[in-house]
Design a binder for this molecule. Structure first.
Ligand code: ZN
Length: 877
């Protein structure tokens, strides 16, 4: 076997297809090992294509059974078929019907792309290019067709038969044990949105009446026996549907909306038209099995997939380079939804944490790429934090720049003008340019230029004249293929704060520079804003609400940061000031400097003020910056152990200093009420767990006792698992007993055991490799299930910084070996795991050498998938 290096696909090479497929009639005879797929395609030449080109359809691991053109079997010399494609040469009529029968084996499908089996059921995954694993097709997003799907199966094997669209017919097949169902989807769609499901599933369903009075049956289907954990997902779905009507004027457009939860799924979920298929991790929840974070994740993903119905499905992407057109926009929409449903500032802080940990990390290393890439080898490797999260930030900046009313008008225009089409980023931006009257050409650079811009700020105050001059500069570091960067359009929301917290007037000499909401747009390398009439020296509060996805470097003193931490009217910057102070403390600790008590005192005051009236916010402030965030701040010669130890030392000091307060908080936040996943209750639990964690840092014995008690008494997973997470960091008998008790209590619940795998994989101790080896032999573990692999190996590689980056290189070897073992079975998951090496270049030399060696070993292996070969290759470039 040799490694297949996939050819490079380039945006500039885009050209329309030579044929169009108007309708697709599928007849699928489900069978565990030999499913017969009969596809009848009505084709015609594309007026925009080449007039004499042959018909070339894609396939992947297909077996052709028969082929007919306009009802007549096609002579063998007229076509060429292999598992990877079907080509028909010779003269073809201007329009014709092609009937193709293929046979696929869903049981042997371990890639989980195309038609596969999960939990004894049949399901599909077609994005990005899985439909070609079901039948030969023009498998690209700009070919839109109307689908009719007939499914047939043994009634006992698959009592439930679902496909896209509305059910038009169903019944028994006379004289036997088989039945069928016919589904029709009137909305033309690309093949990646096709889906079918067959099997035995439990259902919760309800009617939903849309704003204009249409009745829709909405249903969540889960594997047998899991029905009692589906209620929250259904509730989140109803709220999502209502929200899209109010916030964007978008109604649902079919008679049914089905969500199916399966236990084997490569990603989070998939927005197939009218038939979303979910990783069951994002559907199943009960107070005993799911944490508040799980509930929030379900709400987000249910909303995300539902919102795709308009942003992704009704308007889809012309080609995969435009992936952010649907993903960035839909993430923006789901973030807005959750902000409206919960606390907006807390949601913003959580989203920025994710952006920094995932996207900034990706953007600072060898895998950095533009939000709209110009080339790719393997599209499955571009479902990234950059496309999703930075893509969402671009949409948010756009709204900030043109204002909410113009943004909404632009969205309305986009829906009106591009409904039913496969669009581009240019199409999208043109609507906002038109709605706002602004030229967005320079702004569009955000889609093209990779890397995280750095904004530096410095201020000068002249007391005599009451003048403050604020100078802002930007630069973007080089990224692969983009050595030289241009200035970006960076919206900077700002305010000036007086030492006792009052908002100072913002009068500038140049009227146009800062608008009445405090927005300044930095679109050149540098700019100076001159504020006048200031009664005192201001503290600048910059990038309020994280108004742009940049790294801000401001030369503020600790005292100035404390002013913002105490008084900033912008909660995001209040939180940010605390994080910056904490990072400074940790870095000072690394240099062996003594750190003062200022931050601890500040935190104490903060808790007194916010712990009771905004516990969710307080919890965010109390949580120290992560090791990965500190590593990125330092940026070079990283020794993860040094960071870990310094962070731990600061945590110990803060925990000790605040111990009485933390203990009191932990006691006071105990609730006697029955569990409810609402944001306010979740906020209290979040602060309670964070307080316990910090306390255990400062007073381990006391922390251990309190955690053990909380573990035993908790009536919900958030508190039970929060306690277990604290215990997991304290070696000894209590920890092992709690871990064993947890495993035995949840031995039949793989999703809960995933938490147990993940928690242990993150333990920062030398002996962790033995523990991981043992966990890999646990009966609940399986290399075939993506959730298990992510929980054990993914958590180790992504959250256990000291052990993944061991200086003996054994952490890297473990992940390299796992990637190689997984690759033949599931290349997408293998490639994803390999991205754990994405920051290897900023390590200190010894670790860097070991990481590089492991990467080179992977890259040199024969027979790699295109997925892994692409990540290994780019990581080493
Ligand atoms: Zn999406």
């Amino acid at each position: 076997m040799r490694t297949e290096t996939a050819p490079i696909v380039r945006l500039e090479d885009y050209r329309p297809t030579d044929f169009l497929i108007d309708t697709v009639a599928l007849d699928v005879i489900l069978d565990p090992t030999a499913t017969m797929v009969r596809a009848e395609l009505s084709l015609r030449r594309n007026p925009d294509g080449r007039a004499d080109a042959p018909l070339v359809l894609q396939g992947d691991e297909l077996t052709l059974h028969s082929i007919a053109l306009d009802g007549t079997p096609l002579a063998t010399e007229l076509y060429l078929a292999d598992p990877q494609g079907l080509t028909i040469r010779g003269p073809l009529p201007a329009s014709f019907n092609l009937t193709v029968e293929t046979v696929v084996n869903p049981s042997a499908n371990t890639k989980l792309m195309g038609l596969y089996r999960s939990g004894g059921n049949y399901c599909t995954q077609c994005e990005a290019d899985g439909f070609r694993r079901i039948t030969y097709f023009l498998d690209r997003p700009d070919v839109l067709s109307v689908y009719t799907t007939r499914l047939e199966a043994e009634r006992d094997d698959a009592p439930l038969l679902l496909a896209n669209g509305n059910l038009v017919e169903s019944g028994d097949i006379p004289g036997g044990s088989r039945h069928y169902a016919v589904w029709h989807d009137p909305h033309p769609k690309p093949a990646y949105l096709f889906a079918l499901v067959g099997g035995t599933l439990d259902t919760v369903a309800e009617d939903f009446v849309t704003a204009s009075g249409r009745k829709v049956e909405i249903a969540i289907h889960v594997e047998a026996g899991k029905r009692d954990r589906a209620a929250y997902a259904l509730d989140a779905l109803k709220r999502s549907m209502r929200w899209d009507e109010t916030a964007f004027g978008r109604e649902y457009d079919l008679d049914v909306f089905n969500v199916v939860a399966v236990s084997d799924f490569n990603m989070g979920a998939m927005e197939n038209k009218g038939l979303n298929i979910f990783n069951d991790k994002y559907v199943l929840a009960s107070s005993d099995t799911a944490t508040d974070a799980d509930y929030a994740g379900i709400e987000t993903v249910i909303a995300h997939e539902y919102f795709h119905n308009w942003t992704g499905n009704r308007i889809t992407c012309r080609d995969w380079f435009q992936l952010c057109l649907k993903e960035g926009l839909t993430v923006f929409r789901d973030q807005e939804f959750s902000s409206d449903e919960r606390s907006r500032p807390v949601k913003r802080i959580a989203d920025v944490r994710t952006l920094r940990t995932q996207q900034f990390a990706e953007d600072s290393g060898p895998l950095s790429h533009p939000v709209r890439p110009r080339t790719y080898r393997e599209i499955n490797n571009f479902y990234t934090a950059t496309v999703y999260e930075k893509g969402a930030e671009i949409v948010r900046m756009l709204r900030g720049l043109i204002g909410a009313p113009a943004f909404r008008r632009g969205m309305d225009l986009y829906f009106e003008r591009f409904d039913g089409t496969a669009a581009t980023i240019e199409d999208f931006l043109s609507c906002f340019a038109e709605a706002s009257g602004q030229d967005l050409a320079h702004f569009a650079q955000w889609y093209e230029q990779a890397g995280t811009p750095v904004v530096t700020a410095s201020g000068e105050y002249e007391a005599a004249s009451g003048t403050y001059r604020l100078t802002l500069r930007q630069s973007t570091p080089p990224t692969p293929g983009q050595p030289i960067k241009k200035p970006m359009v960076i919206p900077i929301a700002l305010g000036l704060v007086g030492v006792s917290g009052e908002a100072l007037p913002m009068v500038t000499t140049n009227e146009a520079s800062v608008d009445e909401d405090g927005l300044f747009v930095l679109d050149t390398d540098a700019a100076t804003i001159t504020f006048t009439g200031l009664p005192e020296q201001p503290v600048p509060s910059l990038l309020r609400g994280f108004s742009a996805p940049v790294r801000l470097e401001a030369t503020l003193s600790d005292d100035e940061l404390l002013v913002l931490f105490r008084h900033d009217s912008d909660p995001f910057n209040q939180w940010q000031a605390g994080q910056t102070l904490a990072t400074r403390h940790i870095r000072a600790m690394m240099r062996g400097e003594r750190v003062g008590a200022t931050f601890g005192e500040g935190l104490g005051h903060f808790l007194d003020r916010y712990a009771t009236n905004d516990p969710a916010f307080a919890a965010q402030v109390l949580a120290l910056p992560s090791e990965a965030d500190i590593a990125r701040e330092i940026g070079r010669d990283i020794n993860p152990t040094a960071i870990h130890e310094a962070r731990l030392a600061v945590k110990r000091a803060l925990g000790a200093e605040l111990a009485p307060r933390l203990k009191a908080l932990h006691a006071a936040l105990r609730s006697a009420d029955a569990y409810s996943p609402d944001a306010a209750s979740a906020g209290r639990r979040s602060l309670r767990n964070t307080a316990l964690d910090l306390l255990a840092g400062g007073a381990p014995a006391e922390g251990e006792t309190l955690a053990a008690a909380q573990f035993d008494q908790a009536d919900n997973m958030t508190e039970r698992f929060g306690a277990l997470a604290v215990l997991a960091l304290i070696p000894g008998q209590a920890r092992e007993e709690a871990l064993a008790a947890f495993a035995s209590r949840y031995r039949d619940n793989p999703l809960v055991l995933d938490k147990w795998f993940a928690l242990q994989a993150g333990i920062p101790e030398e002996a962790i490799l033995d523990r991981i080896a043992e966990l890999a032999r646990h009966p609940a573990f399986s290399m075939g299930n993506p959730n298990r692999v992510r929980s054990l190996y993914g958590s180790f590689a992504m959250t256990n910084a000291t052990q993944f980056n061991r200086d003996d290189g054994r952490g890297y070897d473990l992940i390299a070996d796992t990637v190689l073992a997984l690759d033949p079975r599931n290349p997408q998951i293998a490639a994803r795991l390999l991205t754990a090496f994405r920051t290897w270049r900023i390590l200190e030399p010894v670790r860097r050498g070991k990481a590089e060696a492991a990467l080179r070993r992977v890259a040199a292996t024969q027979g790699l998938s295109p997925d892994v070969s692409d990540i290994a290759g780019r990581s080493l470039d």
